[in-house]
Design a protein around this ligand. Structure first.
Ligand code: PAF
Length: 293
């Protein structure tokens, strides 16, 4: 496995590849969610590239940039075991020279929900992903549905700027109790970890209510699950359109449930379709933790 630390090295490696290069961008601290992205890439692409870069521009001033986990050696071993051909591991000044002046905005999508809670977050994500696409020039790039709004921001940017890359959506990977995998789950105390699956239980309750014929006031169903536990502070819980994320009064089969909560000092996000495919319904656990009946 090749490790490239500079853009020049990355260009040199890329020049030796024919087409069908796949790419998984990451911030490291790799887990089974990343594993599934890497597996999809490996199955579909001739050459597989991953990047590991903790992107300072997507962290707010009071967020966890300094403390974000950076287990580089084990991340590299993880990539190698997953069959990655090349890992791009740039330093911050390689990506962001002092005279960088360009910003990337995806208007509308970048300022709602996560964008409202985390100003400049999506501008930072869009900028780094655009730069990584330009450096690596993949034909296919893999993003998890776990960060659903991020996925839509990237898809919009790719379409608007006619970037020659196909964005491939990969399903959220969950623990057996329903908690969506995230590098930030490591911040949860043991007690919080036990409670955390309640977020997905609330989402499941809304799916169940919709499947039973309810289309109005679905948000109240999910909120009631979370608000029964004082440990959770709900940032948002909404039923939205699955392309523009606009709030909906009436859910429809192609709507999406999106949610963000604070549990202790950790912010958890999750999302799911309002009407999941039949197989997803049977594979996911029923309402898992302390759900009031
Ligand atoms: O999802 C992430 O890990 C990051 O937002 C990404 C896409 C690697 C950009 O820094």
């Amino acid at each position: 496995m090749q490790i490239c630390r500079t853009i020049a090295d990355m260009h040199q490696w890329r020049a030796g590849c024919a087409c069908n290069v796949g790419f998984v961008p990451t911030m490291g601290a790799l887990h089974a969610g990343h594993q599934s992205l890497l597996e999809c890439m490996r199955a579909e692409c001739t050459r597989a590239v991953a990047s590991i870069f903790v992107n300072p521009k997507q962290f707010g001033p009071s967020e966890d940039l300094e403390h974000y986990p950076r287990p580089l050696e084990s991340d590299l071993a993880f990539c190698e075991a997953a069959g990655v051909d090349c890992v791009f591991v740039p330093g911050a000044t390689e990506i962001y020279p002092a005279d960088l002046s360009t910003i990337v905005g995806v208007q509308g999508l970048d300022s709602i929900w996560e964008g409202a809670a985390r100003p400049d977050h999506f501008a930072g994500v869009a900028l780094v992903v655009l730069k990584l696409f330009n450096v690596i020039q993949p034909q296919r790039a893999y993003f998890g549905e776990k960060d659903f709004q991020q996925l839509l921001v990237i898809q919009r940017m790719v379409a608007d700027l006619n970037l020659p890359v196909k964005v491939v959506r990969c399903p959220t990977v969950r623990e057996s109790d329903g908690l969506a995998l995230s590098s930030r789950n490591a911040y949860l105390t043991p007690g919080e970890r036990q409670l955390a699956p309640l977020l997905y239980s609330a989402i499941r309750r809304v799916q169940e209510a919709f499947a039973a014929g309810k289309t109005k006031n679905l948000v109240a169903v999910g909120r009631a699950v979370l608000e029964a536990r004082p440990e959770f502070a709900v940032d948002y819980f909404a039923v939205v359109g699955s392309d523009r994320l606009q709030p909906l009064q009436h859910g429809t089969a192609d709507s999406r449930i999106i949610a963000a909560v604070r549990l202790g000092s950790t912010r958890l996000i999750d999302n799911a379709p309002l009407a999941p495919p039949a197989t997803a319904q049977t594979q996911t656990p029923p309402s898992a933790v302390g759900v009031p009946s």
